[in-house]
Design a protein around this ligand. Structure first.
Ligand code: C2E
Ligand code: CA
Ligand code: CA
Ligand code: CA
Length: 279
């Protein structure tokens, strides 16, 4: 029996089994976790590359689970995308950000734009706009930005795609700023840039890494930034870790940056202290 258990296929099965068990534990815990407020809203600063001041933040979820421990998004977001829970979580994150902004407005401290990630799944849900409209009656959309990746518009039928474009235009009319996230990481459909009223082009970290040390890729990066500007978009690059990367991006005309160089994602209280010193 011991020999049999040591067979590589059995190891493989055991690993798969473990993974499947973890996924179904997520399924059974997610709703309770939301009710218990186990999902935490973390903020990662965004910087103006010229003034080197904090001009905003992106919100990133963390799960402090009683049963599973402290989890990063990579450990549960893919599951939430496949079981559909992500749409609920996104609404929760957005409402928390709205409370944050509302409170800062009320206390008279400076308000910076906060961006939240929106899953591609929203584009296929009929009541997304209705829900966003309802959230908006609670807090204006002005200082809130929505980050969506191109995959949100990679839809099967022309009808679905039309619907997604309609949703984006409606969100923009409601006052949300729209950002195209992870730009340049996949097969970019450049017609999207014209079809959606985008405010921000967010360049993927992989492109930043690819343009280090090669003049040709640096030229590609610079032309992408030009393209964003030609379409009146603000251009931000994610994943900046070094001063050299920052200098290179600034010389290519990039407006804003986000990355460990400026700050890692941090809990809300910490971010408010951060703002006091870096705004
Ligand atoms: P993303 O939207 O591309 O977010 C950027 C990710 O890069 C974050 O990972 C962030 O911590 C990480 N990062 C930031 N600066 C640096 C850097 O200088 N170097 C490196 N190597 N990484 C950096 P995180 O927090 O683990 O989130 C991973 C992904 O999970 C996000 O990628 C986003 O797609 C998704 N996600 C996170 N929160 C939410 C959410 O509330 N809703 C949805 N739908 N997705 C979320
Ligand atoms: Ca993002
Ligand atoms: Ca991103
Ligand atoms: Ca990315």
């Amino acid at each position: 029996l011991a020999l049999h258990e040591a067979h590589p296929i059995c190891f493989y099965n055991a690993e798969l089994q473990q993974k499947a068990e973890f996924q179904s534990r997520i399924d059974s815990l997610q709703q309770r976790a939301l009710a218990r407020k186990e999902f935490e809203v973390w903020y990662q600063p965004k910087y103006d590359l010229v003034t080197r001041k904090c001009i905003g933040a992106e919100v990133l979820v963390r799960w402090r689970s009683r049963e599973l421990g402290f989890l990063a998004p990579g450990q549960f977001i893919p599951r939430f995308e496949s079981n559909g829970f992500i749409t609920q979580l996104d609404f929760y994150m957005l409402s928390r950000v709205m409370e944050f902004q509302k409170r800062r407005h009320a206390t008279g401290v400076p308000v910076v734009t906060i961006s939240v990630n929106q899953s591609r799944l929203h584009m296929q849900e009929k009541n997304y706009l209705t829900y966003m409209q309802r959230l908006k009656t609670y807090y204006e959309a002005r200082d809130i930005e929505l980050e969506l990746t191109e995959t949100a518009f990679d839809l099967n039928t022309p009808e679905l795609r039309q619907h997604a474009l309609h949703v984006m235009r409606a969100l923009h009319e409601m006052g949300f700023r729209l950002s195209l996230d992870d730009f340049g990481s996949g097969y970019s459909d450049l017609t999207l840039l014209n079809a959606i009223p985008l405010d921000v082009m967010k360049i993927d970290r992989s492109l930043l890494l690819a343009s280090q040390g090669t003049k040709r890729m640096q030229a590609v990066l610079a032309r992408m930034i030009d393209l964003g500007h030609a379409l009146s978009m603000t251009v931000i690059c994610e994943g900046i870790e070094t001063r050299e990367q920052e200098d290179m991006l600034r010389s290519c005309g990039c407006d804003q940056g986000q990355g460990y160089l400026y700050g890692k994602p941090m809990p809300e209280e910490e971010f408010e202290l951060f703002l006091l010193q870096h705004i």
